[in-house]
Design a protein around this ligand. Structure first.
Ligand code: SIN
Length: 491
């Protein structure tokens, strides 16, 4: 029997590492899909961490903005917990060694769309995720209670005889491994690779959520998928992860232009380029069909680009585009999944022994549309809180687990592309019943051609559950826009 741990965390982004660090002195294993700390979305995050740290701001005002962005489909109690924990979360990271941008009076607080106050903490301009991950990774490496297991893909939850989740089967460098644990924490991030274009890296493929669904965990809000309005437009034949052009550029005054060089957002929303993310994303999508959309920061940022937005600058220059001089072609791309495994206030899923935190979890904080810079915050704040709880009361490690029932095989490249294409065509920014039904039929045909019970099969199950949730919600609200259904009233 393989080694056993008090806590096993699937995922090595901000949520997983926050659980692991806060759970000391319990013995924690962290399963990382690729090289440690470099495989998930966290390190790519250009937005910052929202926290009411400025004069005149408060957690209640931060909560009000979060509820408004989420169209009040959020859980107000979860939102209050998140926004109240935010200032202490930034200070915790500071104590761990994260270096945030500072001004004369403390943290340099930025303002982003739909925030009524300047409350976004950044690091090196647009490199916040990379800096936070650097600090967490260093702390985890130095922590004697944390073991990192790299290049592992979890594919099945292991059960004890009484039915509770008591470990994980993973594919690792030497084949299938069993890791037993008192508590299993899912912190596997997002679903980007389910769509043709995404701002997420390739390992954010929804397999963590798929594994939980296959085990019978309850899900919530699967239809709420956020698309970022400004990813760098793909070159011919390019697919998968596209570089992000952070919303902070529009916060700094960059404007969106159509193919003839005219601004199109002022006619669509009073807040123009700083309208809610779903509104801007659909407008960019529509302009794409008319000849293209472009982000022009030449006046607003100009020569300060390399210093203020080094990550975006490098991505554009690598494509031969100079954002100091030229408007940059942009498209919307899948960015964040508000839905996921349903959890309660203590991050418990419906399966005893299984917890979930971060993007894979549906904690209720984001509602129908996530407010910018609340995602790193959620992973950090709720991850840390869960780690502290498990440090006090991690369940006993079961002496044995039942035999595994499943095989592991990824989707092959052709099936993977077929899945991402059908989701892009029918289940992206604009949906309607006919298209969603067509997508379900295409998915069923794809499933029928593939061997059952493989890892890839679970990702097909995830797509199926998402499509069914999109069909079931016969209203347009937040990021879920149905061209054949009325817009819901915002309560
Ligand atoms: C961005 O920088 O535009 C993304 C920030 C976020 O998604 O919170």
């Amino acid at each position: 029997m393989a080694e056993a741990f008090d806590i096993l965390v699937i995922g090595s982004g901000v949520a997983g590492l926050s659980v692991a660090l806060a759970a000391a002195p319990r013995r924690v294993a962290v399963l990382s899909r690729g090289a440690f700390g470099e495989d998930g979305s966290s390190a790519w995050a250009q937005g910052g961490i929202a926290a009411a740290l400025g004069e005149g701001d408060s957690p209640a005002l931060h909560a009000a903005d979060t509820l408004a962005a989420g169209q009040r489909r959020n859980d107000p109690e979860a939102v209050a917990r998140l926004t109240e924990a935010a200032p202490a979360t930034v200070r915790w990271l500071d104590a761990l060694g994260a270096r945030f941008d500072r001004g004369a009076h403390g943290y340099a607080l930025g303002r982003e769309a739909a925030h009524a106050h300047a409350r976004i903490v950044h690091a090196r301009g647009d490199a916040t995720g990379a800096e936070v991950m650097r600090a967490l990774r260093a702390a985890a490496r130095a922590a004697a209670h944390v073991t990192v297991l790299e290049r592992r893909c979890a594919f099945e939850l292991a059960r004890a005889a009484d039915g509770r989740v008591a470990g994980v089967r993973a594919h690792g460098p030497a084949g299938v491994e069993l890791w037993r644990a008192g508590a299993v924490v899912l912190a596997s991030g997002g679903i980007g690779a389910v769509y043709r274009y995404t701002t997420n890296p390739a390992y954010a493929d929804g397999s963590g959520l798929a594994l939980a669904l296959a085990a019978g965990a309850e899900a919530a809000d699967l239809e709420f998928v956020q698309f970022h309005p400004t990813a760098l437009a793909p070159r011919a034949g390019e697919r998968g992860q596209l570089p992000l052009l952070t919303e902070a550029l529009r916060g700094a005054g960059a404007v969106l232009l159509d193919a003839r060089g005219r601004r199109f957002m002022p006619a669509l929303h009073p807040d123009a380029e700083l309208a809610p993310r779903d509104v801007v994303a659909r407008a960019v999508w529509a302009e794409g069909a008319r000849g293209g959309a472009f982000l022009d920061a030449t006046r607003a940022v100009g020569g300060a680009f390399p210093e203020r937005f080094p990550t975006v600058f490098a991505a554009c220059m690598a494509r031969g585009l100079d954002p100091r001089r030229d408007a940059i072609p942009v498209v919307p791309a899948e960015h964040y999944h508000m839905g996921g495994v349903r959890v309660d206030a203590q991050a418990r899923t419906s399966l005893p022994g299984l917890y979930a935190v971060g993007e894979v979890a549906a904690s209720g904080v984001h509602g129908a549309n996530r407010l910018a810079s609340n995602s790193l915050l959620e992973g950090l704040a709720f991850g840390r809180a869960l780690g502290e709880r498990l440090a006090q009361s991690a369940p006993e490690i079961a002496p044995a687990v039942l035999p595994g029932t499943r095989d592991w095989r990824p989707l092959d490249a052709a099936a993977d592309a077929e899945l991402a294409d059908l989701m892009w065509r029918h289940a992206a920014l604009v949906r309607e019943a006919r298209g969603l039904q067509a997508a379900l039929a295409e998915l069923a045909a794809l499933r029928a051609r593939l061997p059952a019970a493989a890892h890839g099969g679970d990702r097909l199950l995830l797509a199926q559950r998402m499509l069914q949730a999109m069909l079931a919600r016969r209203e347009s609200v937040g990021a879920h826009y149905r061209s054949d259904a009325p817009r819901a009233a915002c309560a």
